[in-house]
Write a protein that binds this ligand. Structure first.
Ligand SMILES: Nc1ncnc2c1ncn2[C@@H]1O[C@H](COP(=O)(O)OP(=O)(O)O)[C@@H](O)[C@H]1O
Ligand SMILES: [Mg+2]
Length: 210
């Protein structure tokens, strides 16, 4: 992350500083998660900065996030080109000194209104979103108006980590439990789906009957 000096507060404004509780399994922990494991809930974080010089939003994750947290599939999704067409505003990918993905920087734009989302994404971008899903094997579980921006007349996704493999779609707690080696966050992430109905139909058609 060499080129970002976030301590320079005249350049980087904190837009959002999220602290959330994530589960860390350990034999002697005092808590029990939804999978019945012992451990403890610990605070983790994600910070979004606005870069006043380059007009970028920079999202920085804790070091757990892309290794075993919600961002676990982001490195692979980027490699498979999930965002080649869907995030033209993506400017940088942040990697730490160990070579782990730690965030990304996206040029600033204007978040869509609900109406614009229905028109631009629902009616126009729809085939591209479906095609990318088919081709890459990843689906977007948080495809909503506040996660798409308009910049210089072009649509661009933000919140890039909101993706999961197609095979995770609609699966229950048992499945999440069997995947704890992939994502260990103490809850079943795949039960979250905030994307439109037309997209759910596409994902279901790809997955076939359960
Ligand atoms: N490139 C961007 N341009 C404009 N607004 C942005 C951009 N990136 C983030 N934001 C603002 O920050 C909010 C949170 O960013 P997001 O990546 O969606 O994080 P979260 O995981 O909290 O939803 C967005 O809903 C939007 O208001
Ligand atoms: Mg968001």
């Amino acid at each position: 992350m060499a080129s970002f000096d976030f301590s320079d507060r005249s350049r980087y404004r904190v837009v959002r500083d999220d602290i959330y509780r994530r589960f860390e399994a350990s034999e002697h922990g005092g808590d029990v998660d939804r999978f019945g494991r012992r451990g403890q809930w610990i605070p983790r974080g994600c910070i979004i900065y606005y870069d006043l010089c380059d007009d970028l939003f920079v999202k920085v994750f804790d070091d757990h996030f892309c290794r075993a947290g919600e961002g676990r599939f982001l490195p692979e999704a980027l490699d498979r080109g999930v965002y080649d067409f869907l995030c033209p505003a993506l400017e940088h990918v942040l990697v730490d000194t160990d070579g782990h993905l730690r965030g990304y920087a996206i040029r600033s734009g204007r978040v869509l209104s609900r109406y614009e989302f229905e028109r631009y994404v629902g009616d126009i971008l729809n085939p591209v979103v479906c095609e990318v899903t088919t081709r890459t094997g990843f689906y977007f579980y948080d495809l909503t108006y506040h996660n798409v921006i308009l910049r210089e007349g072009r649509l661009s996704f933000i919140d890039l980590e909101s993706i999961l493999p197609l095979s995770w779609y609609g699966k229950g707690l048992d499945f999440a439990e069997s995947m704890l080696n992939d994502i260990d966050i103490g809850y079943a992430l795949q039960s979250k789906f905030n994307s439109p109905a037309w997209y759910a139909s596409h994902v279901e058609a790809l997955n076939g009957p359960v």
